[in-house]
Design a protein around this ligand. Structure first.
Ligand code: ADP
Ligand code: MG
Length: 307
């Protein structure tokens, strides 16, 4: 038994046809966290999730869920995880209530322990309990999938791109519910290609790109890893030529008196930028800096891997 909620070692997948979707990925998802698996479209996120759910067969490597090996202890592994797939697939002939009852039956949850209405209330679908599934909007269907993933009360909930096609208000409701589950002890893994979403929700973020893990850090540390900083400076006279410094990575004129300077924070700080401008005889009128966000980190890391 490991202490990790999910442990993945050297996981690889080559699809029939030769596409190498995962090239040997290893990481742990610590128990109790909201963990983000971030990466652009085609990175291999769904492949990884679908291996955990048993929908895709891995080519090599191992995976454990709550200490249970997905091959040797498939039944317990499956029972420990609830998965909300990226693709919405529903039987249109069942109502939301029936959908949850069927799923509970599939997982062998005794009638006395079922809590279908409670789950529907939690995802704000109790008024649709007996509606036709086909009458639900895209956002409602996705919330129903979240409830469906929770019928057997798994300790780990995985959501694959949960906010695709969900409007802003419902997204907030979905996140509120996810946070509530997490506070109740459920480990949450979500994949997304939205950086802000991962940054806002996740304790820890792993980034995959082209089937390889390129980062796995606490969110705060990852954000701090952004090395490029940008500062916008307004000076006291029109700039005939663009001032230069060997320490700037890039400098652009934005207006007659405003320049946008990109620098590497390992080599320089904003004070150094201003000193360099003053060294050119320019007076500083106004300064604004932009805080590094995940976008910067992501671009830096993917650039480093690709080039
Ligand atoms: P993500 O979820 O990060 O967008 P996927 O895991 O869906 O990425 O896809 C990773 C790569 O594997 C992509 O290049 C995709 O085209 C390919 N792929 C996904 N599913 C299949 C499949 N069933 N057969 C062949 N290639 C696939
Ligand atoms: Mg995907």
């Amino acid at each position: 038994m490991t202490e990790a909620a999910i442990r993945i070692i050297d996981l690889a997948k080559t699809y029939a046809g030769g596409k190498q979707a995962l090239k040997g990925v290893s990481f742990d998802v610590p128990r109790g966290q909201i963990f983000g698996l971030l990466g652009p479209n085609g990175a291999g996120k769904s492949t990884l999730i679908n291996i955990l759910s048993g929908m895709v067969n891995k080519t090599s490597g191992t995976a454990e869920i709550w200490g249970f090996d997905i091959d040797r202890d498939a039944r317990n592994a499956k029972g420990s995880i609830g998965i909300v797939p990226q693709e919405i697939v529903f039987d249109p002939f069942f109502t939301p209530l029936e959908t949850l009852e069927n799923q509970a039956g599939l997982y062998g949850v005794p009638k006395s322990q079922r809590r279908s209405m409670e789950l529907l209330r939690a995802v704000h679908l109790d008024d649709k309990a007996n509606a036709y599934a086909r009458s639900l909007s895209g956002g409602m269907k996705r919330r129903l999938l979240v409830a469906k993933a929770m019928v057997h009360s798994p300790p780990v909930l995985v959501l694959d791109e949960p906010t695709a096609g969900v409007d802003v208000e419902l997204r907030q409701q979905l996140w509120a519910y996810v946070r509530e589950l997490n506070r109740g002890g459920v480990t949450v893994v979500l994949t997304t290609h939205y950086l802000e979403e991962a940054e806002e929700l996740c304790d820890r973020i792993a980034i995959i790109n082209h089937g390889q893990l390129i980062a796995n850090e606490p969110t705060r540390k990852l954000v701090g890893m952004a090395r490029e900083k940008v500062v916008e400076v307004t000076v006291d006279r029109d700039l005939a030529t663009v001032p230069s410094s060997p320490f700037f990575d890039k400098i652009e004129l934005k207006g007659e008196r405003t320049v946008v300077i990109t620098y590497n924070k390992d080599r320089l700080n904003a004070g150094g930028v201003l000193a360099a401008l003053q060294g050119e005889g320019l007076g500083i009128v106004d300064v604004s800096t932009r805080e590094a966000d995940l976008e910067d980190v992501f671009l830096n890391l993917t650039r480093a891997v690709n080039g």
